[in-house]
Design a protein around this ligand. Structure first.
Ligand code: G3I
Length: 335
């Protein structure tokens, strides 16, 4: 059997990948997944909108396909996610007359949702991103001004963790976010986590999404962030890793300056170096890092192909569009 990424990292942490149910039907992609990865995340199939489109109807097909594939092949599954401001089904926040529901009603709906989804995959999904991206990007604000927040205040966060813990007491429960290493946003994320932990809320780990670039973050910044979270006594995973070849970050206003530069040899080298840097830090913090998951399988398709510039192709992963390992791959397995 061909040696893969997961084998090089077997004494460190599981290596995951975000997938769609459709990808699992393609034999070449299936083979690549099974060679290199031992953990799966559903890119969209378990989110509230796709899985719970109407109050009285769940759509399990996609999520079941991913979980069944994982169980059949001995892969772990991370659940993503239970409570987020995006991809929420239309019915969730409103009553039949089209008015916003009360806090009591909304928390009741959240509880039902979490009970059903976590309950269905109990024992098969070992970790859940319970709350995703609840912290604001605005330094003047603590939490994101989402409808969850507007209707419930900050209580929805603790409640989501409690409901998930009740539904599967063995699951490892995550708070997941992006820019988790930026010293500025990190203070707010740390504050939230500390508050939850001090209040006895069952939050066990923090997910650093890891939507990074050939420029950011520095090794020092990343290491300091991992250490700061680990000092809270919780585990850390990198949950959505990719390394954009553009340096405009996830900020639409800045995007486009570099245009469609393509994937030049120079960019390939910068990206390979950056991947080497990140994995060096992950290995160094082995005791705290319990998983690293890539957000998409290969450069054939990445969510970054359309973000933040519609139609602009990106090349953020370890495998190229023909599913072949890139320079970045060889750097990650060379240590
Ligand atoms: O499924 C519908 C399809 O029926 C419709 O025709 C089409 C038209 O736009 O949309 C399809 O849904 C899209 C969905 O992906 C599935 O392809 C949504 O529009 C699109 O918004 C959605 O994007 C996803 C995004 O989350 C939503 O914000 C990306 O695939 C997914 O990679 C991305 O993942 C997030 C993580 O969950 C959280 N962290 C950030 C990360 C990247 O944004």
């Amino acid at each position: 059997v061909e040696k893969g990424l997961k084998d090089y990292y077997s004494s460190y942490f599981p290596i995951g990948v975000a997938v769609t149910p459709q990808q699992l039907k393609d034999s070449a992609q299936r083979r690549l997944i099974l060679t290199h990865f031992n953990s799966l995340t559903a890119e969209n199939a378990m989110k509230m909108g796709p899985i719970h489109p109407q109050e009285d109807r769940y759509e399990w097909t996609g999520a079941d396909a991913i979980v069944n594939f994982a169980v059949a092949n001995g892969l772990k599954v991370r659940g993503h996610n239970l409570c987020w401001h995006s991809q929420v089904p239309k019915w969730m926040f409103y009553d039949k007359a089209g008015n916003l529901v009360t806090k009591e009603v909304l928390l009741g709906r959240l509880k039902e949702h979490i009970k059903a989804v976590v309950g269905r995959y109990k024992g098969k999904i070992y970790a859940w991103d319970v709350v995703n991206e609840a912290v604001s990007d605005n330094p003047k604000e603590f939490l994101r001004n989402s409808l969850w927040y507007q209707i419930c205040g900050e209580d929805f966060i603790a409640k989501a963790f409690e409901y998930a813990h009740e539904a599967d007491p063995k699951a490892i429960l995550f708070y997941n976010d992006y820019n988790t290493e930026s010293p500025e946003k990190r203070q707010r994320i740390f504050k939230l986590l500390k508050k939850l932990i001090d209040a006895g809320v069952p939050v066990h780990a923090v997910g650093l999404q890891g939507h990074w670039s050939i420029k950011d973050p520095s090794k020092e910044m990343l290491g300091a962030a991992i250490q700061q979270y680990a000092d809270l006594g919780i585990k850390v995973q990198v949950t959505e890793l990719d390394v954009s070849i553009y340096t405009d970050g996830n900020i639409p206003e800045n995007a486009g300056a570099e245009g469609a530069s393509g994937f030049s040899p120079e960019l390939q080298k910068l990206q390979a170096n950056q991947y080497a840097n990140f994995f060096q830090i992950f290995r160094q913090y082995k005791g705290s890092i319990t998983g690293v998951t890539f957000w998409n399988l290969s450069d054939r398709y990445s969510w970054l192909d359309n973000f933040p510039v519609r139609g602009r192709k990106n090349y953020p992963l370890l495998f190229d569009k023909d599913l072949q390992p890139k320079a970045a791959y060889w750097n990650v397995v060379k240590f």
